[in-house]
Design a protein around this ligand. Sequence first.
Ligand code: AMP
Length: 287
Amino acid sequence: MTPVIARTREELASARAEITGTLALVPTMGALHEGHLSLIRRAGELADAVAVSIFVNPLQFGPHEDLDRYPRTFEADVAACAAEGVDLIWAPTVEEMYPAQPQVRLSAGRMGTVVEGASRPGHFDGVLTVVMKLFNQVRPDVAVFGAKDAQQLALIRRMVADLDVPVRIEAGPTVREADGLALSSRNRYLSPEERRTALALSRALRAGEQAAGEGPAAILHAARAVLAEAEQADPPLVPDYLELVDPATFEPVGESHAGEAVLVVAAKVGTTRLIDNVPLTLEPREK
Ligand code: AMP
């Protein structure tokens, strides 16, 4: 069965009215890959019907970022959604989504200014604004996001809690290639040589993970060593940040931290910026 494709608010309203049971939404920017498909499958387990939104949101791109060259593969995305049994695709144009420049927007607050937010000012404000609009437009019971974008997930959970948004948030784990590279729509920009260098991100996270028993400083040291080596590679890795943070706040954890943490990394290879992370559980250590 092919999904209903809604391009306008009117088309969305009539398609939404046909859905009688519970609805799960998977927000995406398209260029769908196995990571997105894993969320769509999870959505199918959580609700009677599944909606996928496909919208490249200008509000979350900085002036010098890759909005114009962001991959757009709509026909293939529709085919992938059809194969997964998706009921509804919400794919508005920029004009449909933003008939005027939005004056009233959401602010991600402090968590929106640290780590990824420090490198991409305003990014998370743009993400939260569009996600809130998508929730209001589609009115899902549950929405599914990837742990790949850990800070985005934490902020959406926080938005839903702080603003009493009537949507349940569920997360799916990061889907990786066999060699560890986290799937991303941006991976298609990488040349084979750049892709080889890019493997240092997931390798660094694994090195950190293996040092988890030795505490935060050792975790960061082990991961940093992998990145430092990749900085000497050809083509080189250009690290942006590597941090061990509290998954709820994205503040760095202290050396005595025990419990959940997330090791987050961002780097550029050539002109492509990549992010990755791994969740860690730190056991209390003897002093
Ligand atoms: P995007 O299209 O990049 O905005 O991503 C849409 C959703 O897919 C977000 O919730 C992402 O976190 C999620 N996602 C992207 N890549 C992956 C991946 N490799 N594994 C799991 N989820 C992913």
